[in-house]
Ligand binder design. Sequence first.
Ligand code: IMP
Ligand code: MG
Length: 195
Amino acid sequence: MSSPAIPRVRVLFEEAAIAQRNEEMARAIANQPLKDLLVVAVLKGSFMFAADLIRALHRAGLAPQVEFIHLSSYRSATVSSGQVAILRDVESEVRGRDVLLIDDILESGRTLVYAKDLLMARGARRVLTTVLLEKPGKRAVSIDADYVGFVCPDVFVVGYGMDIAHAFRQLPFVGLVDYGADEPDLFDRDGPPAL
Ligand code: IMP
Ligand code: MG
């Protein structure tokens, strides 16, 4: 019996580079006064980044509480619907607390603005935001993340928690599904990928 073909995924951000960046971001986050810190990971795409960043926060000396919010703006397509829905809400009280929101990608900004506004409206003292990846030039609403892992080319990426229709989340790196010849030439050159 032949095994199913596994699509090739080209590495964009390597496991070791992500790990190093997580440590740097955790140190930067810990290097400021934080009151009663609550970390809120935005499911599902950030689960792997959040798990690693939270352990890096521990190594950096922080002891946050950890919560989850499940937001959806994508459904199963690769294009943003423009609508954000709460599929699962945080259970903890946020009033008076510093909150660190963790998401996988900042693209239009709608997801992060929605989550930040929600937590501020519930009385959070301050909401800091961190994303693994930022795609510049795609913003529909005005927001900058306080901590950004990497600037990402304007392509649909998978791995390290991120998916296409729930596939590829298990990959320990961020990459690009190799669809063959139609792809933009992002990698066959020296230096960082074209943005
Ligand atoms: P925004 O609301 O447009 O900023 O979109 C952010 C959300 O879109 C992220 O939380 C991701 O879940 C999803 N997203 C955006 N680009 C990608 C991608 O390249 N791969 C996987 N998910 C993506
Ligand atoms: Mg997401």
